[in-house]
Design a protein around this ligand. Structure first.
Ligand code: GUN
Ligand code: FE
Length: 422
């Protein structure tokens, strides 16, 4: 039996808004599954090799529930345009490069390595429309120990000159990709209609049927930008609202992730809650592309499921620590815009969204619950000054607001150690 016992300041987001802290605590896992967090080492582990990290924080590893893998090379550049122009000018040409498998291999190998080093152990990633590059992305994530879901993107209209498939090709390539990706252990397929303007009705209907037949999850974009929302209304005069263009085809279920949800009104939010759709908030991207300020507090108060994503490369940083800080800042911008009516997110709430919310979507329980796969990281903040003795929550807050390159010392994904700092 493989046993892992980590000692340090163990912090977990066991419920929305709550942080469980065990100073000088032990986090134990057997065969990759957590058995518990203990303040004294249990009898059964007497004599076990304990990895003692001193005072360092032992945190849940976050899950990035929305990123665009082929856009990683352009992260941090081309931030001067709003969504639809940005897609045509920067994102689509960059994704078209993934037609070259060697380039895809090199890019995705680095992406997977960088994810592990920034402490992200689970993802829901968009690939590009290319079947071969999508398989390469899955291979490279699996090799690096990153778990989660990857989708071959479907887009049979309004693409770029080198980034569009026919409806028939999109369907056939998707079926072939689903056949070819069955051997992966930790990376699973997710159906990925890019967004309504990218997919004809025939393609949406095909994907909805496939999702139901094969019990597959779905990811897409919803109400990110006002021009996009207006375009969808033009394309679908039969639908009152954007979400109905997905619901109509069976793409609106409790296994559906919808990125952004910046402009969802109360009716659209109610439809999300009733179907159990998860909103993936990407605060950095929403600011970079001038999309707007998502009403995350309102979504949570109304009972909509929310998780966080980087949306790389709309988001500039691959780090979920940065994405969490972006969510905190966005909630403050929302507060200002709402005349101080809406409370901003707390650190504990934002960290729950970055970690447990994604874990729950993947089938785990919140926090370091016994039975969960071990997804954890060691964060050493000993290089930073302390103005007074800090609580674990203050230390976590500072790790979110301040970039600390090199602070992540070790990362475990599904029980396997996937990163160690030099
Ligand atoms: N909507 C459709 N495609 C995209 C994309 O690549 N990024 C973002 N942020 N929004 C999208
Ligand atoms: Fe996106």
């Amino acid at each position: 039996m493989a046993l892992t016992v980590l000692k340090g300041t163990v912090v977990s987001a066991s419920a929305p808004g709550r942080l469980d802290v065990t100073e000088k605590g032990y986090l134990a896992a057997e065969n990759g599954r957590i058995t518990g967090v203990f303040s004294t080492l249990p009898e059964q582990y007497a004599g076990a090799a304990v990895e003692d990290w001193g005072d360092a924080l032992i945190l849940q590893a976050p899950a990035d529930m929305h990123l665009h893998a082929p856009q990683y090379p352009m992260a941090g550049i081309g931030m001067d345009l709003p969504l639809l122009d940005w897609l045509n000018t920067y994102a689509f040409p960059t994704e078209a490069d993934m037609a070259d498998p060697d380039y895809a291999r090199a890019t995705y190998r680095q992406l997977a390595r960088d994810l592990a080093a920034t402490g992200t152990t689970r993802v829901c990633a968009f690939s590009s429309l290319h079947r071969e590059a999508t398989l390469i992305l899955m291979e490279e994530l699996e090799r690096a120990g990153i778990a989660g879901c990857v989708g071959k993107v479907n887009m049979d209209r309004n693409g770029g000159p080198n980034l569009q498939e026919t409806t028939e090709d999109s369907m056939a390539q998707t079926l072939q990709w689903l056949e070819e990706c069955q051997s992966f252990r930790h990376v699973r397929p997710i159906l990925t209609p890019r967004f309504t303007p990218s997919c004809t009705d025939a393609l949406m209907a095909f994907l909805g049927k496939l999702a139901a037949e094969r019990d597959l999850p779905v990811q897409s974009h919803l109400s990110e930008n006002t021009s996009e929302v207006a375009w969808v209304a033009e394309l679908h005069p039969d639908c009152k609202q954007y979400w109905e263009t997905y619901a109509k085809y069976g793409l609106w279920t409790d296994r559906t992730l919808m990125a952004h949800c910046v402009w969802c009104d109360s009716r659209e939010r109610q439809a999300m809650r009733e179907a159990g759709v998860t909103a993936v908030h990407c605060g950095d991207s929403n600011q970079n592309l001038c999309s707007g300020v998502a009403p995350v507090r309102t979504l949570l108060d109304e009972g909509v499921k929310v998780a966080l994503g980087t949306d790389v490369a709309g988001g500039a940083s691959l780090s979920m620590f940065d994405a969490t800080a972006a969510a905190l800042r966005a909630s403050k911008a929302r507060r200002i815009l709402d005349g101080w009516e809406t409370p901003c997110l707390t650190v504990a709430e934002a960290w729950y969204l970055a970690t447990s919310a994604g874990a729950v979507w993947f089938g785990d329980r919140p926090g370091f619950a016994p039975g969960n796969a071990l997804h954890a990281l060691v964060l050493d903040d000993s290089q930073l000054l302390r103005p007074h003795p800090l609580t674990a929550e203050e230390r976590l807050e500072r790790c979110l607001y301040r970039r600390q390159s090199g602070a992540i010392r070790a990362v475990w994904s599904g029980g396997r150690r996937i990163f160690s700092a030099r």
